[in-house]
Design a protein around this ligand. Structure first.
Ligand SMILES: [Zn+2]
Length: 327
């Protein structure tokens, strides 16, 4: 059993670890950098499994170590999770520094994975510096992050940096294949997953996704036809359902992104292939500059909503401006 083979994509990284593990040349500290849900944690888990397995054909999936790992109970694999919004210095000291000082209980390695290293405070990073600089012979630290810029140069320079790219469209299709989806649905999920299996999984589990996507488009199409009176009705409809506003703006943004793509290159990789007629109609009526301006307006509204600015004010303003420049 080879757990690396079960992970979709990232052939280079899998090949690197297969080789490093066989030749016992695994480094002491790594940074796994890449977008959400592409397999960083899965690879970390597979590395740990291959290193800690006590069977013949590693990872065997049958030995005590493998069973403990599968149950999430192996004492020599430790995950450091963020506290609330950040990973604090006390957590780093308690879970990473102290644990690393204690020899492994069972295997030849102790592996500590920081799951959201971009949330580490500066103090937290400084606290782990010595562990990364002078690791014990059995110690391996893996820092998982979506944003490399959040790590101190002193940390970065001491780690092997492995970059996880978004997965190709084909890989996402491969992941979606076992689900009972129509061809159209498969296309929609694959496109909205943005190269991330984690996101694809979330979308499939989100029973409202397809419905919400349709609702977002319906509102936008209504806005196109609305006069001033109707527009204020729309503001009310949208603001009556505050939880939906963020998703709606995201759906709108991708809609305008489709318009821009259609204008520039044709109908490649559209998020709204099922609305091609509406997209073509709308893109023919808008200039490239207007589309670009509208994208900025929607992004601006997203920022304002995130800053908790009064929703009715934000939406009213946005709708007025989206209407205003219609040419
Ligand atoms: Zn095993």
């Amino acid at each position: 059993m080879d757990t690396f083979n079960k992970i979709i994509g990232h052939e280079d990284i899998k090949r690197y670890f297969n080789k490093a593990i066989k030749s016992e040349k695994v480094s002491h500290s790594y940074i796994f950098e890449g977008p959400e849900g592409v397999g960083k944690k899965s690879i970390a888990q597979a590395v740990a499994k291959s290193l800690l397995c006590q069977g013949e054909d590693k990872p065997c999936g049958k030995c005590r170590a493998c069973l403990l790992l599968e149950a999430g109970n192996h004492p020599d694999l430790i995950y450091v999770e963020k506290d609330n919004k950040t990973t604090k210095i006390d957590t780093v000291r308690e879970k990473l520094v102290k644990n690393m000082d204690v020899k492994p209980y069972q295997g030849p390695y102790k592996i500590i994975v920081v799951t959201e290293a971009d949330t580490l405070t500066i103090e937290g990073q400084n606290a782990m510096l010595k562990t990364i600089e002078e690791p014990p012979s059995y110690g391996i630290v893996i820092l998982i992050t979506q944003n490399l810029a959040k790590l101190l140069p002193t940390i970065k320079s001491r780690c092997i940096h492995l970059r996880f790219s978004p997965l190709p469209y084909q890989d996402i299709l491969e992941y979606l294949a076992p689900y009972q989806l129509s061809e159209r649905q498969t296309e929609i999920y694959a496109q909205f997953a943005e190269g991330s299996i984690g996101i694809a999984k979330k979308l499939i589990e989100d029973e409202r996704f397809l419905e919400d996507r349709k609702k977002g488009v319906d509102l936008l199409l209504k806005l196109q036809k609305a006069d001033l009176m109707n527009m204020y009705d729309l503001v009310k409809v949208i603001c009556d359902e505050k939880e939906f506003i963020s998703s709606m703006l995201h759906f709108w943004l991708l809609w305008y992104r489709d318009l821009a793509v259609l204008k520039a290159t044709g109908n490649e990789n559209l998020y709204y292939l099922d609305y091609q007629f509406h997209l073509l109609d709308m893109s023919s009526k808008l200039t490239y500059n207007t589309i670009d301006k509208h994208i900025k307006l929607i992004k601006n509204a997203q920022t304002q909503i995130n800053q908790n600015i009064y929703a009715t004010f934000v939406i009213e303003n946005l709708l007025l401006k989206l209407k205003e420049k219609k040419k």
